[in-house]
Design a protein around this ligand. Structure first.
Ligand code: NAP
Ligand code: 3JM
Length: 346
C-alpha cells in the first residue's frame, strides 16, 4: 500500500506558498492531511485544497506534531526558528529560504542535477535560490557533456521573487505613473534597506542587501550555491543580479566556458534537447527564443540564443528563462518531496 503523508506549508498565503498548495494538489504524493501555516496576521483565514476549505493556522513549534513533510517559505528568520522545531518533531523540512543552504549537513538540491545528495539529509533539505536553480538546471547537461570552467551571469529578475508586497508595488506604481500621479517607493529594491527606488519602467541593480565585497547577497547566493550543487569549487562564477519590472519569470544572460575547445553550437543544442526539465527554444530564423511572458505557468527551464563567443574558443553565450515561483521555488520544493518518496528516504 502506498504511504500517505501529513504535509505542512509554512508561508501558505505568500507568493510561493500559494503555488505550493496548487502543485501539491497534482503531485505524486498521497496526502492524508495538510496544515496551512502563516503568521498571526492570516491565521483564521481560509484557503482551499482539493476543493475543501482549510483554516490557516499560526505557525508554532507545536504545529509540526505528526507532520511528515514541512515545506517552508516564510523568510529566513522564520525558518531559523521553526525548521529545527519541525525536524525535532520528525518532519523532513524542505526549506525555500537562504537560512541553511550553505550548511555542510544540509543538502542543496535541484533534482535534475544532484538528486543523490538527498540521501545524506539529516532532517533539513534546502531549496536553492530561484536564479541559481534555473541556471544550474540548464548548465548541468552541458557540464556533463563538455565540462564547465566558468560562468558569468547577469539576471533580469521579476518582482514576484520579492513576494506579494513587491508585486503590488509594481502594479500600483505603474498605474500611478500612467495616471501622472505621485508615488513613494517603499518595497524595492529591498524592503529592510535604507533607500527605496522606483521599479516601474526602471531596472535596479540590487537584489538583497550588499555584502562587504561589493556583491549583493543574491549575487553571492548564485556564486556559492552553484559550486555546492555542482560539487565543484573550481568553477569560476560571477553574477550581477538585476530587478526588472516584470511580475513573474526570471531571465538570465549566461556566458559560460567549457573544458573543450571548438565544440559546435549544434552539439550543445543536441545535449539540451535531451536534458530533463529543460526545453530548448533556439531558432533565430524563426525568432524563437525564451521569454518571461511565455515561461509563466510552466515547470521547465527554457534556454536559447546559444552563440559561440567570437574570441574565446571555449566560450558561449545563452539566455535562460524560467517561472521563478515554479521551478525557482514551489515546483523545485515539491519535486524534492516527490524524490524523497521515490527514493524511499522518508
Ligand atoms: P510573501 O509573498 O511576502 O509571503 C510571505 C509568507 O510568509 C506569508 O504566507 C506570510 O504569512 C508568511 N509569514 C511571514 N512572517 C511569518 C511568521 N513570522 N511566521 C509564519 N509565517 C510568516 O513572500 P514569498 O515570495 O512567498 O516568499 C517567502 C519566502 O520564501 C522568502 O522570504 C524567501 O525566503 C523564500 N523564497 C525563496 C525563493 C527561492 O528562490 N527559492 C523564492 C522566493 C521566496 P502572512 O499572510 O500571515 O503574512
Ligand atoms: C528570496 O526575509 C527573508 O529572510 C527573505 C529573503 C529572501 C530570500 C532569502 O534569503 O531566503 C527573499 C527572496 C530569498 C532566497 O530565495 O534566497
Amino acid at each position: 500500500m502506498t504511504k500517505s503523508y501529513h504535509v505542512a506549508v509554512v508561508g501558505a498565503t505568500g507568493a510561493v506558498g500559494t503555488q505550493m498548495i496548487e502543485l501539491l494538489e497534482e503531485a505524486d504524493i498521497k496526502i492524508k492531511q495538510i496544515s496551512l501555516l502563516s503568521s498571526a496576521r492570516s491565521a483564521g483565514k481560509k484557503l482551499t485544497f482539493h476543493g475543501k476549505e482549510i483554516v490557516i493556522q499560526e505557525a508554532t513549534p507545536e504545529s509540526f506534531a505528526g507532520v511528515d513533510i514541512a515545506l517552508f517559505s516564510a523568510g529566513g528568520s522564520v525558518s531559523k526558528v521553526l525548521a529545527p522545531e519541525a525536524s525535532k518533531r520528525g518532519a523532513v523540512v524542505i526549506d525555500n529560504t537562504s537560512a541553511f543552504r550553505m550548511d555542510t549537513d544540509v543538502p542543496l538540491v535541484v533534482p535534475e542535477v544532484n538528486e543523490h545528495a538527498l540521501k545524506k539529509h539529516k532532517g533539513i533539505i534546502a531549496n536553492p535560490n530561484c536564479s541559481t536553480i534555473q541556471m544550474v538546471a540548464a548548465l548541468e547537461p552541458i557540464r556533463q557533456a563538455f565540462g564547465l570552467k566558468r560562468i558569468i551571469v547577469s539576471t533580469y529578475q521579476a518582482v514576484s521573487g520579492s513576494g506579494l508586497n513587491a508585486i503590488n508595488e509594481l502594479k500600483e506604481q505603474s498605474q500611478a505613473i500612467l495616471d501622472q500621479k505621485s508615488f513613494t517607493p517603499e518595497v524595492m529594491p529591498v524592503k529592510s534597506d535604507q533607500k527605496h527606488y522606483q521599479i516601474a519602467f526602471n531596472a535596479l541593480p540590487q537584489i538583497d542587501v550588499f555584502t562587504e565585497n561589493g556583491y549583493t547577497y543574491e549575487e553571492m547566493k548564485m556564486i556559492n550555491e552553484t559550486k555546492k550543487i555542482m560539487e565543484d569549487d573550481s568553477i569560476q562564477v560571477a553574477a550581477t543580479c538585476v530587478r526588472v519590472p516584470v511580475i513573474t519569470g526570471h531571465a538570465e544572460s549566461v556566458y559560460f566556458e567549457i573544458d573543450q575547445s571548438h565544440v559546435k553550437v549544434k552539439e550543445i543544442q543536441a545535449v539540451l534537447k535531451n536534458a530533463p526539465g529543460v526545453i530548448l527554444q533556439d531558432d533565430p530564423k524563426t525568432q524563437l527564443y525564451p521569454q518571461q511572458a511565455t515561461a509563466v505557468g510552466k515547470k521547465e527551464v527554457f534556454i536559447g540564443r546559444i552563440r559561440a563567443d567570437l574570441d574565446c574558443t571555449n566560450g558561449f553565450h545563452s539566455w535562460i528563462v524560467s517561472d521563478n515561483l515554479l521551478k525557482g521555488a514551489a515546483w523545485n520544493s515539491v519535486q524534492i518531496a516527490e524524490s524523497l518518496i521515490k527514493l524511499n528516504i522518508i
